[in-house]
Design a protein around this ligand. Structure first.
Ligand code: MV4
Length: 451
C-alpha cells in the first residue's frame, strides 16, 4: 500500500508533494496539461503523463484521464493537493472503487463537511461552539424573519453548499433580509445547484483563526498550532501567520479541544483544518472544516518543525502519530506571503506571461515554495499564485522584519506581482501591532506605484 503516488495537481503544491514522497522513498507520478509540459513538477516526478489540454475541466479536473494515468503507471495512491479535486467526494469515491488510496477523507466525510449547515449541526452535537442562528437550513422568508428578530440584526445568510465566502448575504434589517434571501437563494442555485440557506448572527470584524489537525487510523488526533488568516482580499488570503497574536495559551488549549472534538466527531483521517471566527470579546465559533492540506500549511511546519505532508501520507498508510506530537510547543513566529501574478495597481488584474528574470530570497529562517523559474511562462488558465515566501523568527516583530527583507530581495521581472501590496501591509502600524481582523484590507489604503 502506497508504493507509488500519483499527484493530481500542478504548481508549487505538486512540487511540495514530490519532495515529501522523495523523503519517504515513495516514487511519484506527475500528471500535466499541455500548458504545463515545461513545468517543474513534470521534470521532478519519477514519471509524468499528459492528461489533456490547458482547460482545467479537461485535465486537472478530468477524473477518467487521471484514473487512466494511475492505472497505466500502477500508482496505488493519489494525492490531490489543494483546489481541483481535493474536496470532490465523487473523486474520493471513484478512487475507493478502484482500490486506489485517496490521500484525503472518504466521500462521506467530504460530503458531510461540504454541507455547511450539516457540518455546523455535527459540531454543535459535540459541544463545539457555533454561531447563534438557524438549526439547519431555512424553510421560508417568514422563518428567517422571525429568527432574525429573535437573535437581533445584523444577520448573515449563507448557502449550505457554499463556503469560502461564496453565496453569502449580510442583512442589517428586515427589508435587506427579504431581498438577500431571494438573491442568495438564486446565487446558490446557479453556483452550486442547491439553493438551501442557513442564517447566523453577523459577527462584526471577527478574526479568521484555523487549527491544523492530524488524525491517524488508531484513534489519535492531534492539533498542531493555529494559523491567523485574517489578511484576506475578497476571500483570497494574502498573508498568513502562526501563531495568532490574538491567541494566548489558555485560548489555544480551548481551540485545540474544540478542533479535536470536531475531527473525532467525523472520524477524521489525515490532515485537516478546522476554521473558527474569533469575535472581539475573545469568544470563538466553528465556521468550516477543510478536508485537505491547505496552501498556508508551511507556517505551521515552521513553528512545529513537522513535515505535514509526510505525516499526512503516514496517516493514510496506517501508521500511528508519534506520542510527542500530542502537545507541541510552538517555536517562534512564522509568516507567509502568497506571491500572486496579479497587478495590485490595476485591481489585482491577473498578469500571466513569461518571467524574464527571477531571483528568490535566502538566508536564515527563510523558505520559498515555488514552481517558477527564469524563462517560465505562467499560463493564464490557472490560479495566479506563483510562489510562497515563508519566514520564521523568534518573535512576530522579527518575523515581519525578516519578511520585509525577503520581499525586498525578490526579483521577478516580466510580470506584475502582489509583492508591492504585501510590503505596504508589513509596514502598516496597525498590522505591526497585531491589530488585525477580517475587515483589515477593506480599510487599508494601498498606495499604487510605491514599492
Ligand atoms: C461570517 C462573518 C461574520 N459573521 N459569519 C466569509 C467566508 C466564509 N467562510 C464565512 N465568512 C464570514 N462569515 C458570521 N456569522 C464574516 C465572514 C467573513 C470572513 C470570514 C473569514 C475571513 C474573511 C472574511 C471576510 C469577510 C467576511
Amino acid at each position: 500500500m502506497l508504493k507509488k503516488i500519483l499527484i493530481a495537481n500542478r504548481g508549487e503544491i505538486a512540487l511540495r508533494i514530490i519532495r515529501a514522497c522523495r523523503e519517504l522513498n515513495i516514487p511519484t507520478v506527475a500528471v500535466y496539461s499541455t500548458a504545463d509540459s515545461l513545468s517543474l513538477h513534470v521534470k521532478f516526478a519519477d514519471e509524468a503523463i499528459c492528461i489533456g489540454p490547458a482547460e482545467s475541466s479537461k485535465s486537472y479536473l478530468n477524473i477518467p484521464a487521471i484514473m487512466s494515468a494511475a492505472e497505466i503507471t500502477a500508482a496505488d495512491a493519489i494525492h490531490p493537493g489543494y483546489g481541483f479535486l481535493a474536496e470532490n467526494a465523487e473523486f474520493s469515491s471513484i478512487c475507493r472503487d478502484h482500490k486506489v488510496t485517496f490521500i484525503g477523507p472518504p466521500p462521506e466525510t467530504i460530503n458531510s463537511m461540504g454541507d455547511k449547515a450539516n457540518a455546523k449541526h455535527t459540531m454543535k452535537s459535540v459541544n463545539v461552539p457555533v454561531i447563534p442562528g438557524s438549526e439547519g437550513i431555512l424553510i421560508s422568508h417568514t422563518q428567517a424573519m422571525a429568527l432574525a428578530k429573535e437573535i437581533g440584526y445584523p444577520v448573515i445568510l449563507k448557502a449550505t453548499a457554499g463556503g469560502g465566502g461564496k453565496g453569502m448575504r449580510r442583512a442589517n434589517d428586515q427589508d435587506e433580509l427579504i431581498n438577500g434571501y431571494n438573491m442568495a437563494q438564486q446565487e446558490a442555485m446557479s453556483a452550486f445547484k442547491n439553493g438551501d440557506l442557513y442564517l447566523e448572527k453577523y459577527l462584526v470584524k471577527p478574526r479568521h483563526i484555523e487549527v491544523q489537525i492530524l488524525a491517524d487510523s488508531h484513534g489519535n488526533t492531534v492539533a498542531l498550532g493555529e494559523r491567523e488568516c485574517s489578511i484576506q482580499r475578497r476571500h483570497q488570503k494574502l498573508i498568513e501567520e502562526s501563531p495568532s497574536s490574538a491567541v494566548n495559551e489558555e485560548l489555544r488549549q480551548k481551540l485545540y479541544a474544540a478542533a479535536i472534538a470536531g475531527a473525532k466527531a467525523v472520524n477524521y483521517l489525515g490532515a485537516g483544518t478546522i476554521e473558527f471566527l474569533l469575535d472581539t470579546k475573545g469568544d470563538f465559533y466553528f465556521m468550516e472544516m477543510n478536508t485537505r492540506i491547505q496552501v498556508e500549511h508551511p507556517v505551521t511546519e515552521m513553528v512545529v518543525g513537522v513535515d505535514l505532508i509526510k505525516e499526512q501520507i503516514r496517516c493514510h498508510r496506517g501508521e500511528k502519530i508519534p506520542e510527542w506530537m500530542g502537545n507541541m510547543k510552538l517555536r517562534g513566529h512564522s509568516i507567509e506571503c502568497r506571491v500572486n501574478a496579479e497587478n495590485p495597481d490595476k485591481n489585482f488584474m491577473p498578469s500571466p506571461g513569461v518571467i524574464t528574470s527571477f531571483h528568490m530570497p535566502g538566508g536564515k529562517g527563510i523558505r520559498v515554495d515555488t514552481h517558477a523559474y527564469a524563462g517560465y511562462s505562467i499560463p493564464p488558465n490557472y490560479d495566479s499564485m506563483i510562489a510562497k515566501i515563508i519566514v520564521r523568527s523568534p518573535s512576530r516583530a522579527e518575523a515581519i522584519q525578516r519578511m520585509k527583507g525577503a520581499l525586498d530581495e525578490c526579483i521577478i521581472e516580466g510580470i506584475y506581482t502582489s509583492i508591492p501590496f504585501q510590503k505596504q501591509i508589513l509596514n502598516d502600524p496597525k498590522f505591526q501591532s497585531g491589530d488585525i481582523d477580517t475587515g483589515f484590507l477593506e480599510t487599508f489604503e494601498y498606495i499604487p506605484g510605491k514599492g
